[in-house]
Design a protein around this ligand. Structure first.
Ligand SMILES: [Zn+2]
Length: 320
């Protein structure tokens, strides 16, 4: 989108999901949750820790699993007036430390008390289980006051393997502001032009333009058009699949030194077998159809070999 001052802005989302391994102790706890049971672990001092960890607070290894709860007592709490997207409940609720019966430590979880007036330290609570459980702390939807416990019994679990992995999603939504010089570069892309910035002192052409020469430290306001063809300075063959991959692997990512530029840009090359990718290969941009052109590097679909003889190493060795 365009701001009033001509600078481009765009929403970005950084998102990926880890598969985390649980280890034996937490894996046993998560397996119990899937099966509708709460378990702690015996510490070397003889106390019961919930949730269980491999080591107690003194660093000693913990021992046998101990069934606890399912009811417990609120030891402290905070009321959430406006639940957020990732919260376990959509209506106002309490985050509480709950000491389950048989445990010596308190566990953090949500309490659906209905209203802040119904919430208090010392409140007896019992779990509300989800019907479909996967081996996650979210299998325990929340706790509810024990006098409302009719829904508190978990369904019998079918026999299933122990939990050893769980997905751990990470997501960050933010806005990228391109700045003046990068906006000029991106806007030119919608006209199938590639624009660099020339330093008045060393005459190097930076791509994208930067406004100031990082070597000379002087303003570099002059923009120049560079060609949409050039030479591969270096490359990488991607063989491992991942969610956001643009193509099924293997495919080739390249640094391309465009004719007229002193810095390479990074893009993809298609139209060859990955094993044929090489330094010095001459390539040209393949633009998207005109109606899809926009202020983005994605206006270039990828690069393809031109078939001309390779460039000498000497031509690219100062641009790696
Ligand atoms: Zn310079």
């Amino acid at each position: 989108m365009d701001r009033d001052d001509g600078v481009l802005e765009a929403p970005y989302r950084l998102e990926y999901t880890y598969q985390r391994s649980t280890g034996p102790v937490i894996g046993r706890f998560l397996t119990g949750l899937r099966d509708g049971q709460l378990e702690g672990v015996r510490t070397a001092a003889g106390t019961v820790m919930v949730p269980p960890l491999e080591y107690d607070t003194q660093g000693a290894a913990t021992g046998e699993a101990v069934k606890v709860g399912p009811a417990g007592t609120v030891t402290t709490w905070a009321w959430v007036t406006e639940p957020r997207r990732e919260h376990p409940l959509t209506q106002p609720f309490a985050w509480a430390l709950i000491k389950l019966d048989g445990a010596d430590t308190a566990m953090l979880h949500a309490v659906d008390a209905g209203s802040i007036a119904a919430m208090r330290t010392g409140l007896r609570v019992t779990p509300r289980w989800r019907a479909a459980r996967t081996g996650s702390i979210r299998d325990l939807e929340c706790f509810i006051p024990a006098d409302a416990a009719s829904a508190a019994v978990a369904d019998a679990a079918a026999a299933a393997p122990s939990v050893t992995l769980f997905p751990s999603p990470v997501r960050l939504d933010y806005t990228v502001t391109a700045g003046h010089h990068l906006s000029v570069y991106l806007r030119a892309m919608q006209d199938k032009r590639i624009v660099g910035g020339r330093c008045p002192s060393c005459t190097k052409v930076y791509l994208p333009p930067r406004g100031a020469c990082p070597t000379c430290g002087v303003p570099a306001a002059e923009t120049v058009d560079v060609a949409d063809h050039g030479v591969v300075t270096t490359f990488c063959i991607i063989r491992i699949p991942f969610d956001a991959a643009p193509f099924p692997p293997p495919y080739v990512a390249v640094a391309v030194l465009l004719e007229g530029a002193d810095l390479p840009i990074y893009h993809l090359v298609r139209g060859i077998e990955p094993e044929q990718a090489r330094m010095g290969m001459r390539v040209k941009a393949v633009w998207v159809p005109d109606e899809q052109l926009g202020p983005t590097l994605a206006s270039i679909k990828w690069f393809e070999p031109t078939g001309e003889p390779d460039a000498d190493r000497a031509q690219i060795e100062r641009h790696l």
